[in-house]
Design a protein around this ligand. Structure first.
Ligand code: GLN
Length: 555
């Protein structure tokens, strides 16, 4: 049997349980084990696909097309491995499976109950994952905070597994230690309460990861140990640090990997985090800066700027920048602000490059189109992602090919002649799905092949002809306009061979130094040690042009 590590959260959400889980998995991998990670989201939704990114953060997409929580993105980035839908669970999906089995008479006529059958189904899924992946370790992050009603059934599954396999199961509590301004002292009481909540579920944490703005000192370590019933060495200090990629190294300062092995009756092992350490050294010692603007809309919530809606885009920019020892300076630009005031477009010139990421709905699209026109005409490096490609095509159709009414079927009724022309349109099968109100899990999702045009910028980035990338969209470039767009000078440099869909568009480099957009989401496949080719070349161009401009000033 594999070893199971359950990670729960105390005091409040958003303290880095996902990063902790991903980091522990990376540490175990660095010790030569096969480790895999599971996220349990305790809500009823079947997946994360129908949730608003402002409320829930980015929807991450796996190769197999599952739309899931952004934590799966962290897992993939830290493990540098592709995960599958077996690595994700929601209350809704567990119940659905149990209900389907009940309808199929798989419970042999007995009464199917919440306690017993739901936790048992959770354990069956984890066991199936163990068999599928042949993992030595299954790390399961239980979403939410201990004490929430919602995650009780998942805690119950974990408790039961521990009872059956004492030496194979370990519990970690990631808790938060506030330092209230008026007191100026790190307080342990909320963590003590969190442990009590866990105890009420029949669980005693083996390890407590103490998150806080500062490192734990000895008196507080002792206090947590005594009142939470663990040894001081099992209280791991996890202060805020500059980069999430330092977390595995930080945990290892407290010897977390071998502490876990010992608790699970395994011999201690050496780790190999040399590559990881080298990457972190680069992050901490940049020798230049790269200024990137992101023109989007999902980042304003009252007074606050949310980073989570585009987390994979941000990470992909960082990976590419780290590679070149550059510190990325990322600025959020509201697309809508360009609709109100075109003068504002000039601010785009301050960036070394600009990204127009994915999105849904009409709000802000005209601003994005204006921004892309400015980037194209002023030869500022541009990378468009999904909706970013669709907006670039509309912009080109309107302003270069003179199709003044060019638009997307997402924003206007393309059947009304004289009102708009659907250069971006729905595929037939999508039209049917929408007619039947079938929204959940029905977009073009997951990995699809794409063939690149030799000699193109895309080919220069990837250095090969066949690639596979992850999608999440309903609308496509309408092939009826392909010829016109090509005549106008737009290059279709990536095509899906199966359905002849346009996946990448670009401008020749003689015309623009870097103007490229993809219908897929390259950000989902960028990893810290292997930045994504499109992001890498984008940042490379930004840096090269910046240096050229600087040198020309010196002369
Ligand atoms: N809204 C567009 C579509 O559904 C783009 C989606 C996206 O950017 N992920 O096709």
């Amino acid at each position: 049997m594999a070893k199971y590590i359950f990670i729960t959260g105390g005091v409040m959400s958003g303290i880095g349980k996902g990063i902790a889980t991903a980091s522990i998995a990376r540490i175990l991998k660095s010790k030569g084990f096969k480790a895999t990670t599971v996220k349990i989201d305790p809500y009823i939704n079947m997946d994360a696909g129908t949730m608003n990114p402002v409320e829930h953060g980015e929807v991450f997409v796996l190769n197999d097309g599952l739309e899931c929580d952004q934590d799966l993105g962290n897992y993939e980035r830290f493990l540098e491995e592709d995960l599958t839908r077996a690595n994700y669970m929601t209350t809704g999906r567990v119940y659905q499976t149990v209900l389907d089995k009940e309808r199929n008479l798989e419970y042999g006529g007995r009464c199917v109950q919440v306690i017993r059958d739901i936790p048992d189904e959770v354990l069956r899924c984890l066991n199936e994952l163990e068999e599928q992946t042949k993992s030595d370790f299954i790390l399961t992050e239980i979403g939410g905070t201990v004490g929430d009603y919602e995650n009780v059934l998942f805690l119950e599954a974990a408790r039961k597994l521990k009872l059956q396999h004492k030496k194979d199961v370990v519990f970690i509590l990631v808790s938060y230690l506030p330092i209230p301004h008026n007191i100026g002292e790190m307080k342990t009481k909320p963590t003590q309460h969190a442990v009590k909540w866990l105890n009420m579920a029949g669980i005693q944490p083996d390890i407590i990861i103490a998150r806080g703005s500062e490192a734990l000192d000895e008196p507080r370590k002792e206090k947590i140990a005594v009142f939470c019933n663990v040894e001081p060495k099992d209280v791991i200090s996890a202060p805020d640090i500059k980069s999430i990629y330092e977390v595995p190294l930080n945990f290892e300062k407290d010897n977390l990997g071998n502490i876990l092995l010992e608790k699970l009756d395994l011999e201690p092992r050496e780790k190999d985090l040399k590559d990881w350490q080298a990457m972190v050294d680069k992050i901490n010692n940049p020798d230049k800066e790269v200024k990137i603007g992101i023109v989007g809309k999902y980042f304003q919530s009252g007074k606050f700027t949310l980073m989570d809606s585009y987390i994979s885009v941000l990470e992909a920019i960082k990976h590419a920048s780290f590679y070149f020892k550059a510190k990325p300076k990322i600025t959020w630009v509201s697309a809508e602000s360009y609709e109100e005031n075109e003068e504002k477009l000039k601010e785009l010139s301050q960036f070394d490059g600009v990204i127009v990421p994915g999105g849904f709905g009409k709000r802000g699209v005209e601003g994005k189109i204006k921004a892309i026109q400015y980037l194209r005409e002023n030869k500022i490096p541009f990378l468009g992602l999904c909706l970013g490609l669709q907006m670039a095509v509309i912009e080109f159709a309107r302003n270069v090919c003179d199709i003044k009414l060019a638009n997307s079927a997402e924003f206007c009724d393309t059947t009304k002649v004289g009102e708009c022309q659907g250069v971006i349109d729905l595929m037939e099968e999508q039209k049917q799905l929408l007619k039947e109100n079938k929204y959940g899990g029905t977009m073009r999702l997951g990995a699809y092949d794409c063939k690149l045009k030799k000699g193109s910028l895309a080919f220069k980035c990837y250095k090969k002809e066949m690639i596979s990338e992850r999608h999440r969209h309903r609308y496509e470039v309408n092939n009826d306009y392909k010829e016109t767009l090509e005549k106008g000078g737009l290059v279709m440099s990536g095509l899906n061979p199966e359905k002849n869909l346009i996946e990448i568009i670009e401008l020749p480099q003689e015309i623009h130094p870097f103007f490229i957009a993809s219908q897929f989401h390259p950000e989902f496949k960028s990893r810290p040690l292997t930045p994504h080719p499109l992001f890498k070349e984008f940042v490379n161009t930004c840096l090269t042009l910046k240096e050229k401009a600087y040198n020309s000033l010196i002369v």
